[in-house]
Design a protein around this ligand. Structure first.
Ligand code: IMP
Length: 501
């Protein structure tokens, strides 16, 4: 059977399929979305915004994009790409990304932007960056794209939507109302820091800065109304369009970030501000879960990564690694570890090796991603919401590893902690994950060890040809988490995808 035939067999008669991440993002969603894009007529994003980052190849050149849906470079003449109402839409970033596509003569006529998508304004980016500076209040290591503040404004009933850019009077009124709140927050910060942030490139080098009023309302209004005219032809009621397409067209829903970063399910406050689960995704495109026939949850295997702050029980090298990743770049980590060994006894070095082999550096910033062993209680938690069908990615990264460790539970080591009407005592063994950081950050992993397969699997295309040691681990994961692994990705290329049918 060819890969296409296997894909057809896997999807059977499904018309709406979703791909979400079951971890902390960066699990190779881009590759899988591209993989399913071949099958789909419509590709839709429903959550997050320019905080996502994926590398796309256009005519052999690498570009990092944030907001355009991953499917846009995939035969965009015939596929419709949608940014749904749940998306945090930054028109400035989006225009810059479309310019790249335009320069490369790629068509994006079939783009659709929800008129209800949440509008990112300069104050959101400024506030996000100020609150994440060392002297700020909530240093969680955000991407500085305004994501937290824009969603806060939406639930706080003072946000703007994409459609407002098309109606000058409404835009001005809503901006005025929004600024009462945003300016009060900006005035509470150090004026020098506010000026510095507003002069950053991401805020167009001071274009919105006003020495007296902090923000130049006129400048924001005139640019956003102009951008409204630029985007006008793509803005529509995408929710209605999608609802009418269900069952008639093949729809691929593209998740953003990962389950463990969801503000609904992750470890507060170390989360993003959208719901990255399947529930948030369907809501963000205006559909319901019953419209989706297949949901595939991606997990990197048999290691995981996390960017930014927050608990990560299985991190190679623990606190030393998180500090290392906070203070090092790709470049200077190579100076200390020119040839990191994946089998090193030094866990920090092992983590560096996984990072180097897996190319685990932020697409935009080059920030090293924290690395650690696969955590099954967390995967089980994600699969409870996202469903039992799993895609394992980057399995080839640990090809040379002698010993694979999989986290199957934890021992809680910490002060007495009240979890509802139960008291958690130090030394307690936990089989399930609790994302409360007061618990998760005090969880010492319990590992089950497996022999590594120690061979190059990147050229294997049939599941039965994978080394038995590797198949054993996969079977173990399925049994422990009550899931079924449907796809195993063994490399970045499209055809390095094994469908287990
Ligand atoms: P925000 O989404 O920019 O508000 O950042 C909140 C947290 O989510 C930070 O820890 C970020 O590092 C993390 N985050 C946001 N987007 C991504 C992503 O695409 N991949 C991995 N982590 C992300």
């Amino acid at each position: 059977m060819t890969l296409e035939e296997k894909t057809k067999k896997l999807l059977r008669d499904a018309k709406t399929v979703a791909v979400v991440c079951n971890q902390w993002g960066d699990t190779g969603k881009g590759k899988l979305v591209d993989f399913f894009a071949d099958w789909a007529d419509i590709i839709a994003r429903g959550t997050g915004g320019a905080n996502a980052g994926h590398t796309i190849m256009i005519k052999g050149k690498k570009y990092v994009v944030h907001l355009v849906p991953s499917g846009i470079t995939y035969d965009s003449q015939s596929k419709i790409n949608i940014l749904g109402e749940g998306v945090a839409f930054d028109p400035i970033t989006m225009q810059q990304e479309l310019e790249i596509l335009d320069q490369e003569r790629l068509s994006f006529d079939n783009l659709m932007i929800s008129r209800n998508a949440k509008l990112v304004l300069p104050q959101h980016i400024a506030l996000d960056r100020l609150e994440n500076t060392p002297d700020g209040q909530t240093k969680i290591g955000s991407t500085g794209r305004g994501i937290g503040p824009v969603y806060e404004d939406h639930v706080g009933r003072r946000g703007l939507i994409v459609n407002d850019m098309l109606n000058p009077r409404v835009f001005e009124e809503k901006l005025e109302f929004n600024l009462q709140h945003s300016l009060a927050l900006l005035r509470s910060k150090n004026p020098g820091a506010v000026k510095k942030v507003l002069e950053q490139e991401a805020l167009l080098n001071g274009r919105f800065y006003d020495t007296k009023d902090i923000l130049n309302k006129k400048e924001i209004t005139s640019l956003y109304l102009k951008l409204g005219q630029f985007f006008r032809k793509w803005i529509s009621d995408t929710e209605d369009f999608l609802a009418n397409s269900v069952g008639k067209k093949r729809i691929l829903l593209e998740g953003a970030q990962g389950f463990l970063l969801s503000y609904e399910h992750g470890s507060h406050p170390f989360v993003t501000s959208s719901d990255c689960s399947i529930q948030g995704l369907v809501k963000g495109v205006g559909l319901s879960e019953k419209d989706v026939e297949r949901v595939f949850g991606i997990a990197k295997a048999f290691y995981m990564t996390r960017v930014g702050e927050g608990p990560f029980p299985t991190e190679f090298g623990g606190a030393e690694s998180s500090e290392w990743c906070r203070t090092h770049t790709r470049q200077n980590e190579r100076e200390r570890f020119p040839n990191p060994n994946i089998n090193s006894k030094d866990e920090l070095e092992q983590g560096v090796a996984a990072r180097v082999i897996g190319e685990e550096y932020g697409a935009t910033t080059g920030r090293p991603r924290r690395t650690g062993w696969l955590d099954l209680p967390l995967l089980k938690l994600a699969a409870k919401t996202n469903g039992p069908e799993i895609i394992l990615t980057k399995v080839d990264v640990l090809d040379d590893c002698w010993k694979i460790k999989i986290c199957v539970g934890y021992q809680y080591i910490g002060p007495h902690y009240q979890q509802g009407n139960e008291t958690l005592l130090t030394g307690t063994v936990l089989k399930t994950a609790d994302t409360d950081p007061n618990v998760l950050s005090r969880c010492t992993p319990i590992y089950q060890e497996f022999p590594g397969w120690q061979s190059d699997i990147s050229g294997i295309r049939n599941y039965s040809k994978l080394p038995k040691d590797l198949q054993n681990i996969i079977r173990f994961i399925e049994l422990e988490t009550d899931t079924q692994v449907k796809i195993v990705s063994v490399g970045p290329e499209r055809d390095q995808t094994i469908i287990k049918v």
